[in-house]
Design a protein around this ligand. Structure first.
Ligand code: GLU
Length: 444
């Protein structure tokens, strides 16, 4: 049996009931086959893939907290410190009822390669809790964040592990988490990113994932002889990634016509009104029905169906496995030419294979959504030098990082005879740097 198959069997046997983690491991290891085969004896002797697929440390902890009525709740807290070969663990915290160890491990595993691809010195980790902030008061969210940090603080630090936001964790949550860390440790340090601008946050961090996605999409389209200008774009999600992807796509002359939340989706034939979307989601924290109520011409659809929209480019920016094989077929039938992932692993393996086999361009999230974590690394740099850069300085760096990520993935795909396969290219380019660093540091 080949080394890749052996390790995939081991991942499944040793991590039962973790389908998302199996999926991420399969997607990465399958596409690394040519590199692994060229170095099989050495990698096998060093158990490189076993080490790569086993987190350095997995923390599971109890998070008790009291709601506004005096009721005590208990949630599960997680931090998986996956790989620190190229830098301190770095990756977001997700607060969502679906969070479990499988989800956190898939995200942490993806983060290792994503962070490597940015070219910046950050290792990979991920964390979160099965807490649902939806419908909770600010006081309740604060109580939860304080309890979560009362355990997490002992495992993190500006030079060891630097969490940030993800689904359900935005500026408000980072603020409460930071305040608690500072109170317990007495340290005013860059231990979290995505901080507010008054206490060490970076300009452009809020926009970075969405903007970066669009910069990447533009690079990819240009390399394939076209651009975003005048393209109709279907976007899913209505969070931080989706909002700023829509904003930047409009600035580049495209027309994003959809967005979604967990209940339904908006089709706005005139193009999404970003100011209204921000008002509904960022200020009121309301549902998208509110957008439809305020925007003449916009149609609200209950449930799923966003990928039946006629579009040139699809940008899934909501969550994992939100775009399946039927969705990919619907996109193809409607003439869609490119799928650019803004979320982490939003496309199922079957859908990805269909998209690639049917002549559509495809960019994996670990490449096209890396602008968020890359800008987090820029926030760490600013915190270390105790300075803050202008929006333009950060944005220019972000643009060049996204262009470099595209070039690295493109070059690696070409080098291994898979021209245009940016999944393989991103995985290979991300892997090689981590593998080299692991080799140099010995068996640890
Ligand atoms: N949660 C984001 C991601 O998936 C950002 C992580 C970070 O900034 O550390 O990459």
């Amino acid at each position: 049996m080949s080394y890749v198959d052996e390790v995939l069997e081991r991942v499944i046997a040793q991590n039962p009931a973790q389908p998302e983690f199996h999926q991420a491991a399969k997607e990465v290891l399958e596409s690394l086959r040519p590199v692994i085969e060229a170095n099989e004896a050495e990698y096998r002797r060093d158990a490189l893939l076993e080490r790569l697929t086993t987190p350095e440390r997995q923390l599971l902890f109890r998070v008790p907290w009291v709601d506004d009525k005096g009721q005590v709740h208990v949630n599960n807290g997680y931090r998986v410190q996956f790989n620190s070969a190229i830098g301190p663990y770095k990756g977001g915290l997700r607060f969502h009822p679906s969070v479990n160890l499988s989800i956190i491990k898939f995200l942490g595993f993806e983060q290792v390669f994503k962070n490597s691809l940015t070219g910046l010195p950050i290792g990979g980790g991920k964390g979160g809790a099965d807490f649902d902030p939806k419908g909770r008061s600010d006081r309740e969210v604060m109580a939860f964040c304080q309890s979560f940090m009362q355990e997490l603080y002992r495992h993190i630090g500006a030079d060891t592990d630097v969490p940030a936001g993800d689904i359900g964790v935005g500026g408000r949550e980072i603020g409460y988490l930071y305040g608690t860390y500072k109170r317990i440790t007495g340290l005013y340090e860059g231990v979290l990113t995505g901080k507010g601008l008054t206490y060490g946050g970076s300009l452009a961090r809020t926009q970075a994932t969405g903007y970066g996605l669009v910069y990447f999409a533009e690079e990819m389209l240009r390399a394939n002889g076209t651009s975003l200008k005048d393209k109709t774009v279907a976007v899913s999600g209505a969070g931080n990634v989706a909002i700023y992807a829509i904003e930047k796509a409009q600035q580049l002359g495209a027309k994003p016509v959809t967005c979604t939340d967990s209940n339904g989706w908006i089709y706005d034939p005139d193009g999404i009104d970003v100011a209204l979307l921000k008002e509904v989601k960022e200020v009121k924290r309301a549902r998208l029905t509110e957008y439809a109520a305020q925007k003449p011409g916009a149609v609200y659809h209950e449930g799923k169906g966003v990928w039946t929209t006629k579009c040139d480019v699809a940008m899934p920016c909501a969550t994992q496995n939100e775009l399946n094989l039927d969705d990919a077929k619907a996109l193809k039938a409607n003439g869609c030419m490119a799928v650019c992932e803004g979320a982490n692993m939003p496309t199922t393996l079957e859908a990805t294979q269909y998209i690639q086999a049917n002549g559509m361009l495809f960019s994996p999230g670990k490449a096209s959504n890396a602008g968020g974590v890359a800008t987090s690394a820029l926030e760490m740099s600013q915190n270390s030098e105790r300075l803050s850069w202008t929006f333009e300085e950060v944005d220019v760096k972000l643009q060049s990082i996204m262009a470099n990520i595209f070039r690295s993935a493109d070059a690696a795909a070409k080098k291994y005879g898979m021209d245009g396969n940016y999944v393989a290219g991103a995985n290979i380019a991300g892997f090689l740097k981590v593998a080299e660093a692991m080799k140099a540091q010995g068996i640890v």
